[in-house]
Ligand binder design. Structure first.
Ligand SMILES: Nc1ncnc2c1ncn2[C@@H]1O[C@H](COP(=O)(O)OP(=O)(O)OP(=O)(O)O)[C@@H](O)[C@H]1O
Length: 365
C-alpha cells in the first residue's frame, strides 16, 4: 500500500477551474472520502490521480514516485466505478481472472489470487455464476474483487454504491469498510453522500467549487467545521445557520435576532465574536443542541413551530428565527403541533459562530 500526495493540483477546462489548487496527503492504509455537492470537482480530482485526464498544474505522487507523466496502467492503482461493467458472458471467476490474464500472470498464480479475493469478499460460492445471475450487491462485490486481485498500491472508487438500493447501500458500506480494515488498503473514495463519507472514512476532504474546504477526520469536520459551507453540508438535517447582530456593552456581548430577542453569550463565545470582521454574526446549531419547551422559560427565545416531522425515534420540529429555518429534534412523546408557540434555548458549549462577512468559523484563540 502507498501514500498519495497531491500538491497544488489544478485542472482547468477553458475558463472554468474544476480543481483549484488542491493539496492533501493520503497516508498509507488510509481511507479518504472526497465529498461535496455535484460539480465540486471530486470526480475530476480522482481522475487526475488515476491519470485518466491530464493535469493543468501541480504534482501527484503515489508512493515515492511523482506520477504526473506516468500512464494510468503503470500507476499501480485499481478503480471501482458505479457502473461496474462486468463482462456479461464470463463467469465471476473469469471476470476476476481476466485482468490478470491480460498481465500474463502464470495460471496457478491467477487461480490463487482469484480464490483469495473470493474468500475475502465472501463470494466463493458465486464463482461459477454469470453476472446476470447475481444481485446488484453481489455484482458490486465482483467489481471490488476485480480491483482486489490486481493488488494495487491504491484503490480509487467513484460512487461505487450509488446504483444500489438504500438497504444494500448500507450493507455494502460496512463491507467496504471491512475490506479496508482487513487489507489495510489505501482508498480514495468519491461520494456526494456525506453520511457515507462520515461512516466509512478515516478522513474527509470536503470540496466546493473546486476548492478543498476542509481535510480532517469526520469527527473533527462535524464538530469543528471551518466555515459555513462545511457546517451546512455535513450532518443531517443540516446545521441551522441563523444570521444575527452582535453588540457589546458593559462587558456583555449579545446576539440579537430580527424579531428583537437576544442571547447573552458566555465569555468564551464573546471572545469568538470579538474576532468577527463585522457585526453580522451567524449562529450555527445542530438539531440536538437546541432545547425546545412548550411553555415559557426565562431567557428562552419565543418562536412558533412551523412543521413537525415524526421519524420514529426522533421528531423534527422546524421553526423560523431571524429569517432562517431552524431544525430541532425532540422526543416523539413531546406534544408539538404546527403553529404552536415554542421556546428555544441554544447550548452555549455546543454552538458554532461564524463571521457573517467571511463565513469562516470564529475561534476564541
Ligand atoms: N470534460 C470536461 N469539460 C468541461 N468541464 C468539465 C469536464 N469535466 C468536468 N467538468 C466541470 O468541472 C466541474 C467539476 O466536475 P466533477 O465531475 O469533478 O464534479 P463532481 O464533484 O464529481 O460532481 P458529480 O457529483 O456531479 O459527479 C464541473 O463544473 C464540471 O461541469
Amino acid at each position: 500500500m502507498a501514500h498519495v500526495v497531491l500538491r497544488n493540483l489544478v485542472k482547468t477546462y477553458g475558463p472554468h477551474t474544476a480543481v483549484n489548487n488542491v493539496s492533501l496527503t493520503v497516508n498509507d492504509g488510509e481511507f479518504v472520502a472526497l465529498v461535496g455537492p455535484s460539480g465540486c470537482g471530486k470526480t475530476t480530482t480522482l481522475n487526475l490521480v488515476a491519470g485518466l485526464i491530464p493535469i493543468t498544474s501541480g504534482d501527484i505522487s503515489i508512493g515515492d514516485r511523482v506520477v504526473n507523466d506516468v500512464d494510468p496502467k503503470n500507476r499501480d492503482i485499481a478503480m471501482v466505478f458505479q457502473n461496474y461493467a462486468l463482462y456479461p458472458q464470463k463467469t465471476v471467476y473469469k471476470n476476476l481472472a481476466f485482468p490478470l490474464q491480460m498481465r500474463r500472470l502464470p495460471r496457478d498464480e491467477i487461480d490463487r489470487k482469484v480464490k483469495e479475493a473470493a474468500r475475502v469478499l465472501d463470494m466463493t460460492h458465486l464463482l461459477e455464476r454469470k453476472p446476470r445471475e447475481l444481485s446488484g450487491g453481489q455484482q458490486q462485490r465482483v467489481a471490488l474483487g476485480r480491483a482486489l486481485v490486481r493488488d494495487p498500491a491504491v484503490f480509487l472508487m467513484d460512487e461505487p454504491l450509488s446504483n444500489l438500493d438504500a438497504k444494500l447501500r448500507v450493507q455494502m458500506r460496512s463491507e467496504i469498510k471491512r475490506f479496508h480494515q482487513d487489507l489495510e488498503a489505501t482508498i480514495i473514495y468519491v461520494t456526494h453522500d456525506q453520511l457515507e463519507a462520515v461512516t466509512m472514512a478515516d478522513k474527509m476532504a470536503v470540496m466546493n467549487g473546486g476548492f478543498l474546504q476542509q481535510y480532517d477526520s469526520p469527527a473533527q469536520v462535524f464538530n469543528h467545521p471551518v466555515n459555513m459551507f462545511v457546517a451546512s453540508f455535513i450532518g443531517s438535517p443540516a446545521m441551522s445557520l441563523i444570521p444575527l447582530e452582535a453588540s457589546s456593552a458593559n462587558g456583555r456581548t449579545v446576539l440579537t435576532g430580527e424579531e428583537g430577542w437576544s442571547i447573552e453569550l458566555s465569555p468564551h463565545n464573546a471572545r469568538k465574536v470579538e474576532r468577527s470582521t463585522t457585526k453580522k454574526v451567524v449562529l450555527g446549531a445542530r438539531h440536538s443542541t437546541i432545547k425546545l419547551s412548550t411553555s415559557p422559560v426565562p431567557g428562552a427565545i419565543p418562536a412558533k413551530a412551523y412543521t413537525v416531522e415524526p421519524t420514529g425515534d426522533i421528531t423534527f420540529v422546524q421553526a423560523l428565527l431571524s429569517g432562517a429555518v431552524v431544525n430541532i429534534s425532540v422526543p416523539p412523546t413531546m406534544p408539538v403541533a404546527p403553529d404552536q408557540p415554542i421556546w428555544l434555548e441554544f447550548d452555549q458549549e455546543r454552538m458554532h459562530l461564524f463571521d457573517g462577512a467571511t463565513e469562516m468559523a470564529l475561534e476564541a484563540d
